[in-house]
Design a protein around this ligand. Sequence first.
Ligand code: 13P
Length: 271
Amino acid sequence: MFKPSWLPLAPALGEVLLLSKASNAKRRQLVVGNWKMNGNLRENADLLVAITNGWQGEHGADVVICPPFPYLNQVREILHNSPIILGAQTVHDQDKGAFTGEVSASMLADLDCKFVIIGHNERRRMQHESDQQVAEKFAAAQKAGLTPILCVGESLQDREQGIYLETISRQLNAVFAHTGKDVFDKAVLAYEPVWAVGTGKTATPEQAEEVHKFMRAQLGALSEKVRILYGGSVKAHNAQQLFALADIDGALLGGASLDANEFLAICKAAE
Ligand code: 13P
């Protein structure tokens, strides 16, 4: 089978240990489930009963679930007495007005959302969200008291051309230019390489750690404070290896968040 030259073989255990968290237990791990456009009333209820039974908050990690908009209130009610936190998948940059089909940050806050995913690659690509719009959404989310989860990540082409750090830097700088860096103490970053999302091709520990370290360095004074998640085909079988890395503080999950056993196994690996 064709294997691009930039995809190294899985590293030996010793190499992974060299990269692993030494004494860095400062940042609390975070696992975010992005349901994308999946679910219905019945399936959501079944999934959430299984997840809430398996995650009662005794563990040392935060867990967030981001359902589609129509189910926010259903999920909010089911999670009411649970330590699992409600989030949303996107938001509009304006607070109210004639924006048919859009949802504002204050509406999400009204529904007890605490987090919102901003700049997911599916929205950047399919809804043509520009770096500038992403920056405005980030600011709108913070203004309403939500914690933005800002997603960045390169395409396969950027990776193959060796310009992936330039892409990530451009995406981050658009937000820094709009809000400054100081506000990132109330934000989360997520590295999601487009080529790893929904493809079953996870970044190797070296690839992920290189980009996470780079992103951390861009944060300046807040570099050790901000949580940086990895997303892209994270499953129960590879989560532990990724979570062991010094600069990875958890995961942003797509497919794995729709399966209670898989999701819980990843949450437990994050503790
Ligand atoms: P997968 O975990 O399905 O690859 O999706 C990742 C993602 O896009 C989460 O936002």
